[in-house]
Structure formats: structure tokens, C-alpha cells
Design a protein around this ligand. Sequence first.
Ligand code: GCB
Length: 608
Amino acid sequence: MVLFFLAIALPGSAQQPLKTLLVGVDQRSVISLDGQWHYLVEQPPAGELYKADGKVRDNGYALNTHPNLYNRDPHNEEYDFATAPTLRVPGDWNTQEPSLFRFEGVVWYQRDFDLTPQPNTRTFLHIGAANYRSFVWVNQKRICDHEGGFTPFDCEVTAALKPGSNFVVIAVDSTRHADDIPSLVYDWFNYGGLTRDVSLVTLPEQFIDDYDVHLKHDSTFSPTVPQSLEGYVHVEGAPAGTPVTVRIPEAGIDLTLKTGVDGRAPFEAKAGRLTLWSPASPKLYKVDLRSGQDSLTDEIGFRDIRVDGTRILLNGQAIFLEGANMHAEAPYRGGRAYSQQDADNIFGFLKEMHANFVRLCHYPHDERMERTADRLGVMIWSEIPLWQRISFDKPEVYAKAAAMLNEMIRRDRNKASVILWSVSNETPNNPTRTEFLTNLANEARRLDSTRLITSALIGPHFVGNRAVQDDPLAQALDVVGQNEYVGWYDRRPEDADQIVWTLPQKPVIMSEFGSEAKQGNHGGIDQRWTEEQQVNVFQHQFVMIGKIPQIRGLAPWVLMDFRSPGRNIPGLQDGYNRKGLISETGQKKLAFQLFEETYKAHSVGKAE
Ligand code: GCB
């Protein structure tokens, strides 16, 4: 059994740490619990979830009992899910119900489901993401807790199920705390709720919970040398010696393996001549995994990503990343993105812009994003939500960060599109932080030695016109992300032309740069908030960036305007960060066109 979750002290006594996390669950046949769920809001000062001692109450709303409304028995309950209104799952509560728009706190969800458990099976409740803390009960039994708003988790419900009608109650708490990740303050909207798919997954007693199938990552790569694939399949509950088959017909691979004592069947196999995954040719292979009664077919691309000096090599070829940043915010409709339509809209913009890269900020997005990028050939930077101020001095916060990193990598390690794992964004430069993030970067490498590790570093310090980035964290990274706002927070746009950078001798991605503009607001290039000034800022940025020899990627901040409660200039921001190249309603600003032309002509930056 793989114990990859660390026991984490949560407010409200934690249940068993979660033990499994189903990889590739979107490729399995599941019972979807998406749809309408009854909900009750826990509006302070009323309190239901946490008892006075901070522990979680299991004998209140969690029981889903009903008030005696029409008989003469003593009055009992002060709640009733059966007659409560409903919210759609997946979906944040804020954009579904106007009275909940600004609500941060606990919302209780409940729904019934029919399921008759079959002998010799195990059933898991899979939750794609719930922001931020979740407490789950099935038929009145507490089955799991989870902390972290952007990664999936699985709760085993086998022992709690009964034939026929069952019910699940989930309390989701979006309250922010200093020792959470992210912490108290951040520049995006704290959408609460069951924000991604919820499903029931029934599996045989022994089942494939985790697998990793990738191109063998040797110390050198040559496109002419025959390729090998390597990885492992983990079978939960399997005794040593359990057979596992791995078939990749198009690659001529048909292996029969045996699990070890840890349930893991590692493999390495010569493949025929593979068509390697790249933006120009996003080839995916059908990978068929079987063990006993369990089977699963995934679609996986194979490619090599590595760094050579200041170059980034994809399949041995130097590449330049032309992309943008994006929050998990749904174009047009607003609110947390969760659907294929949302992913298609976002990648539609990126493709139109001729982008080959996207930085998914500042936390793991819905898995559909990686799936879509795999199919379309867009490279991804994926990040955990260590944003600016985090309690870096606390071991329990490190444990949470490591758990989030683990969940992110476990979910997406089979996605060829993901080339960069980012451990953080704009953290303060001090020894405690550096040690914390260096350990986390090493942990990422231990979990996945085939990808590049990065972080977005905060703005440089200036010595006259020299911009110096000497954050020691860079030493722990393969690729340095540099955020800077010359021309917006820092100096005037034209000052960028004179700035000369001192940067680490590693590949550098300008991971954020930009300025705010209200779509439809026109005027002179010096007039703040106009589309013209936004273009002007980018043009001067291009002059500056074009002079940096080790620049290997561009990610303007940000593809689309996004909700941020701290942005309160009336008439201009109205609760949105307006640094988008498009508005939240999908209207393109002039800067979108600038990037479209720039990326089409590859006119800024060089692969080597
Ligand atoms: C940053 C942050 C990003 C903000 C952005 C801004 O440096 O990394 O999360 O949204 O600046 O617009 O200020």
C-alpha cells in the first residue's frame, strides 16, 4: 500500500489520512454524482461544523435527519436538507446564488444516490476538487477529510454503503487561515464549494490505482537512438507476484509484469520507432493496463524535456515557449472553470494567439485542461498554490505543501503536455523560505525525475538601470520564472528600453509581465487603463526582453481578466484584475492582437 499522504493536523480532528488517489479516473466508467445537490449555509454566528473544542461535529447536519414537523413528538432538528434549495455540482457557490457571492465559510451539501454494492468490490467517492477543506459522511458515517482546494481526493465508501438508497453529506469550508496554502491574502477570488466533478467509482478488490508510463529519461537524448518506455503500474491490494499487463499496440509493446511486495510492477521496454509528442505533432498512444479483473485504457504522449545550459530541449530540439498565464476562471460565464466547454474556450484563445504554452495559475486546474493540451499540443506549467506569504517556518505547512505537490504530480504525471512543475509564486527571499522551497523542489524531482522544476520569482532589485535577480532559490530550479511589472507597478513603459538584466545562467521564462486595461477603453499610449497603453507597455517589454540571452519563454499576465476582490477602482476594475489580453466576456483587447502577431512571426525571443 502506498502511503503517500501525510497526516496533517486540520482544524476539526482529522480522520484517517487518505491512502489512495485514483489516477486516470476520467478514463474509467463511473457513476457521476454531478447535478443538483441540496445545500444549507452555515452563516456565522450559527455554528454547526466545528464544536467548541474545534473538533468536527459528526452528530448534527451530517446525520441528515429531518425535523418532526407534523406529529406531536418533541421538536428535534433545526435543519432539513430534503426541502433545502439546490446548487449545481460541479460549480462554485458564489456565482450560482447571488446571496452567496461574497460568502466565505461553510456550506453543507447533500444528495441521495442509488447503489447496490456488489460483492468483492470496493467503492470510492472521487472528488475532483473542493475548496478549501472538506468533510465527508456517507449514510451518517464520516469517511474522510481533505485539505486543499485544487487537487482531487478519493474516499472509500465501501463499508458505509447499503443496498438501494444511500446519501452523502459534504461540508465544504472556504474560510481562509494564515497557515493554509494559499494563505490569507491572494489576488484571485476565493470560489468555494464542490468546484469539480464528483463521482462514485466501483472497482474490483484489487485495482490499478496509480501508474506512470513515460519515455525513458536517460542522461542524454538522441532522436536517432531507439526509444524505450519505462514506468510502473501499482495495483492496490495486490499480493506480490500479481500479474499486470501493459499493452501499447502502436508502439509494439505487450508486457506481462508481476507486482512486487509493494504492489508495484515496474517496467522498461524497447519501443518501436515512436512518434514523439510535440506541439507540431501531439501524438497520443493508447495504453492498455490490466490486472485481474481491473482494466483501464489511457491515452499518453511520449516526449523528452530537459535543460541544456540555458536552453530548453523538447525531444532534443531547442524550443521557445510562447504562451500566457491563465486563472481557472470560465470565459463568458464567469466563476470557477470546470467543463470541457471552458477548456475548449480557453485553448481556443491560446490557439488563435499561436501560443504553444500556458502557465496555469496559481494552482492545479481541472484535469480537462491537461487532457485538452495533450490533444492540442500545448505545453503546460502547473503550479501549487504557494503564493507570496506562506507560513514557511512551520513543518505542518511543509507537510501540506508536499501533499499538494504529490497530488498534483500523481494526477498529471502521465500528461505529455505538462513540462514544468512549479513549486511557488513570488515568495519572500529569506533562508527559511529558501530551505522550504529547495526541499520541495527536491521532493518534486524525487517524485518525477522526467520534468523540469520551476518557480516564479518576485521582481528583481534595481541598481540604476540594472535589474538584478539573485534570489538563491534559483539554484534549486531547472528553469527560472521571472515576474516583473516594468511599465506598470515599476517605472514608466519606455524605461524598459534601458533596463539591462542580470539573471541566473539558466533558461528563464518571463512568467509575468503586463498592465491593466479596460476593454473598450481607448486613448493615447500614455493614458493608463486604455487598450493602447497596454500595448505600449508590452512593446517596451519586448525591447527589454529581446536583449536577454537566456530568455526561453513568454507568459504575459494574463490571458483573461479575472475576479479579484481587492481590485476596487470603480468603472475600471469593479472587482476584476484587468491585465487580461481579453475581457472576462471574451472580448479581445488590442494586446491580444499584438501577441497573436508576435507569436505568429516568432519575433521576440529565441530558442538558442
Ligand atoms: C503578481 C502575482 C499575480 C497577480 C499579479 C498582478 O505578481 O503573481 O498573482 O495577479 O501580480 O496583477 O498584480
